[in-house]
Design a protein around this ligand. Structure first.
Ligand SMILES: C[S@@+](CC[C@H](N)C(=O)[O-])C[C@H]1O[C@@H](n2cnc3c(N)ncnc32)[C@H](O)[C@@H]1O
Length: 392
């Protein structure tokens, strides 16, 4: 048997210990399916009052929230638990950080850009992996967080370049190289539109790893090409707080549409085919429709973008309101996915060019949206009824 290979990432997690980046008082949110319901929304940790609880949280797979509402709301147990507040900085889930860094594959000597410095922890890990802290540049939009990250990193003996600014708008160049490009870009804020400036600042052959967020997030690993495009594939499901410039109020899923012309029909594709979609279908629904079917408290199946709404009642009758026929769109996506042989994540990817960005199946030059233009509903063999015929 070959001797076990040293795992440099495991070394990094030991040499850049997470506890140096977690404040004495914070809000821990356990991750993973095994979390007891009572703890799922989070709990307060205080290193001085209950050190055991604090250490257990720091070395568990928990997101540790360190700031609320961009610092405008004080981090207290009551505020952290309140549904009206939003976390704006956290030490991310160790399992997701590890997954992201494995995808990023930082090699010694790589120049790394860490977007969303936060506590500084991932910048420290990148510095260890690159073998030299001067190779790492961190961009953090919040000056207070940038200061704390600098202090936390200094306690570990690390001094990467920390720049305060909006990484979605403008980027610093990497230090010391004439072309100023980075070999790796590591992002820990959720992204809906990938700022092309990240591709521009990455050396051809280099990688960008980011949480692609709509509406079920997944890690996305892009490789930058000589022609200025970047292509890549999706990895683990994830949930990250969005890049500040792309923060949107989430759609009000309970809002009722004021559309006066509800459209009714029965289903062409049964709800069971669209509920709990396989990962490949899920990525397509998320990026092309913007929602995936879910069940509300009354047992109805819904799709909504906050304005348009599709509701499948318990008797199977579909009602669509608003400017978009969301269930029609979801059925088209399902048909395209089925026609293509139900591709999984190994066949689905993402392309970014200066002009556009899109999800694809098999061919990085063909947007998947082009594959969903199929036989109009009402004429295909598997379509049961007429679109737009009101049953009221
Ligand atoms: C999940 S936290 C990052 C966690 C961090 N990598 C760590 O190890 O602690 C997301 C961070 O991204 C920062 N951020 C959000 N939008 C940004 C932007 N447009 N440019 C730079 N930083 C941003 C937030 O202020 C926050 O600190």
């Amino acid at each position: 048997m070959p001797p076990p290979q040293p795992d440099v990432l495991a070394d990094a997690l030991i040499r850049v210990p997470r506890h140096e980046f977690v404040p004495a008082r914070a809000w821990a949110v356990p991750q993973g399916a095994g979390t007891p319901p009572a703890a799922a929304s989070g709990y307060w940790i205080d290193q001085h009052r209950d050190p055991d609880r604090w250490w257990r949280a720091v070395y568990s797979d928990s997101v540790i929230v360190t700031q609320l509402d961009g610092g405008r709301t004080e981090l207290t147990p009551a505020n952290a638990a309140a549904p009206s507040t939003a976390p704006s900085c956290a030490a991310s889930s160790p399992l997701l950080v590890t997954a992201g860094l494995r995808h990023l594959a930082v090699r010694p000597g790589n120049r790394v850009l860490d977007v969303g410095g936060g506590t500084g922890w991932t910048s420290g890990l990148c510095a260890y992996l690159a073998g030299d802290d001067t190779l790492v540049t961190t961009v953090e939009i919040d000056p207070d967080l940038a200061r704390t990250a600098t202090e936390n990193l200094a306690r570990c003996g690390l001094r990467p370049t920390i720049v305060t600014g909006d990484a979605g708008a403008e980027l610093p160049s990497s230090d010391g190289e004439s072309d100023g490009l980075f070999d790796r870009v590591h992002v820990t804020c959720g992204v809906t539109d990938i700022p092309y400036v990240w591709v521009e600042h990455t050396r051809p052959g280099g990688h960008i790893v980011l949480p692609y967020n709509p509406p079920i997030g997944r890690l996305l690993r892009l490789t930058v090409h000589e022609d200025g495009s970047a292509t890549g594939r999706f990895g683990e499901e994830c949930s990250y707080m969005p890049l500040r410039s792309q923060r949107q109020t989430p759609p009000d899923k309970s809002a009722t549409s004021h559309d006066t012309q509800p459209r009714h029909r029965s289903l062409a594709v049964g709800t069971e085919s669209l509920l709990h979609p396989a990962p490949g279908l899920q990525v397509l629904l998320a990026s092309l429709v913007g929602d995936e079917p879910w069940v509300n408290g009354s047992g109805n199946v819904l799709l909504t973008d906050g304005v348009s709404r599709a509701t499948v009642a318990n008797d199977g009758r579909l009602t669509q309101t608003g400017p978009r026929d969301l269930w029609d769109e979801a059925e088209s996506v399902h048909r395209a996915w089925t026609r293509q042989g139900r591709p999984g994540l190994d066949r689905i990817g993402f392309t970014v060019t200066p002009q556009r960005q899109y999800v694809w199946i098999d061919d990085p030059s063909v947007p998947a949206a082009a594959l969903t233009h199929d036989t109009p509903l009402g004429t295909s063999a598997d379509t049961a009824t007429t679109v737009g015929a009101s049953l009221d």
